[in-house]
Design a protein around this ligand. Sequence first.
Ligand SMILES: Nc1ncnc2c1ncn2[C@@H]1O[C@H](COP(=O)(O)OP(=O)(O)OP(=O)(O)O)[C@@H](O)[C@H]1O
Length: 514
Amino acid sequence: MKADVSSSPPLVALRGISKRYGDLLANDHIDLAIDRGEVHALLGENGAGKSTLVKILYGVIEPSAGEIFWEGQPVTIGSPVEARALGIGMVFQHFSLFDELTVAENIAVSLSDDWTLSRVRNRLGDISRAYGLALEPDRAVWTLSAGERQRIEIVRCLLQNPRLLILDEPTSVLTPQEAEHLFTTLDKLAADGCSILYISHKLEEVRRLCRQATILRGGRVIGTLDPRAKSAREIAAMMVGTEIGEVRSGTPHEPKGSMLEVRDLSLSAPGLHGQSLEAISLLAQAGEVVGIAGVAGNGQSELFAALSGERLAAAAETIRIAGQVCGTSNIDSRRRLGAAFVPEERLGHAAAPTHRLSENTLISHAAAEVSHSGFILLNAAKRLAQSIVKSFDVRTPEPDPQARKLSGGNLQKFVIGREIIRRPKLLVVDQPTWGVDAGAARLIRQALVDLAGEGSAVVVISQDLDELFEIADKMAVIHQGRLSPLRGITEWTKEAVGLEMLGESQLHGASHAV
Ligand SMILES: Nc1ncnc2c1ncn2[C@@H]1O[C@H](COP(=O)(O)OP(=O)(O)OP(=O)(O)O)[C@@H](O)[C@H]1O
């Protein structure tokens, strides 16, 4: 630790921090020190104990053992209020916002009383501009995309001039340009002496940003390093303890018939500020992965809601699944046609947090295998949950835990596994590898490619362009509720996708002969 050699103590030092959940040691005698102005990465596979450690530092959970030193003095951080009083700010992986309140109101309620609404509004504009984090103060949070919600969390912290800023997967829902803005901001903050503890599974950005990294595995520190001195591949191998391979492409397949056909789908915006969908047409055939790229907030969640039946189209013929018209059918009817859906928000939308994994299988497996004559077959549900856990390498802290007890990436594997194991004819998945580690991302991508290889159609809505280039056979880009033409993946370049994302392809004459 740097503390021993530098003349002044580090800003924060953790010594022997442990956290026990029943038999599980989520943190096992962790030592970690961060100097002023240091950008320090906390790395580790899903379930390694990263969130647990930073929640301890932010006063959300109490450690079972160990000490925290702030500028050399022992401190007890009993709550987030105490953490903030010390100068610790945190941006969480799961957002904690009030849907019905506006952006400015959400920020004001979380700050101390001297932050009046008008003061927040005034500062919000400055901060948003300075950091490239565009936000409209009067928009209700429920109308915002995940990316925009995360911006609120980041701005909320920055308004408090933190001395240590903790960011848990901050770029998962940002566009590459927004992420680059954020890095510039973080560089500036660090140059001004603010320390940053940065959790990310994106190792290239860790290499771009951080000078120090601590790697956790199984709750223990297994090493510290300068991430610039190693390749992303080497760091990933250290994290999971083994080399991570590439996704094997499926056997080249001839698309075999339409599994999803969308014709001229238009839907008004769900609320004042949501995105309307404009004449969307899309074809996904058996045996292929179709990618939908785009910047958050351009209609992805509205498209997902329309495809899944959470919102209904005006005419049934607008959407066909496996050849059957279903534009006005609800989600259960669409599941009965052989479709499966994985929404972006895993906790709350895709999984019920306080229910056990076995109970969470009922969300989409209500038919046949886990119920009979209206009765739930609990043992069958448990067996099903177990087989998902096994096939998708879901690491659980106990047998059949509540969903909220899983780390973010492990819950994602469970939710995707729950749908894939049904062998749907059509799978529509929104942001499949959000917050999952390199090993788990590979597992999920491979599972999607394999599903298509077995003859299903897979529609992947993703902000991760590299992911789409790796697994999609065809791709379209969504921008302001309109979908670009669907093209074979090899016909796309990153530049062409970028222009479509910005809605500028027509200006540059890149597409659409009329
Ligand atoms: N409330 C809880 N009760 C029981 N076990 C828990 C609880 N919260 C976390 N765990 C377990 O503690 C371990 C560490 O989880 P943690 O969320 O810290 O991992 P992580 O490294 O942040 O993972 P990810 O990258 O997936 O977010 C996991 O095995 C997790 O299942």
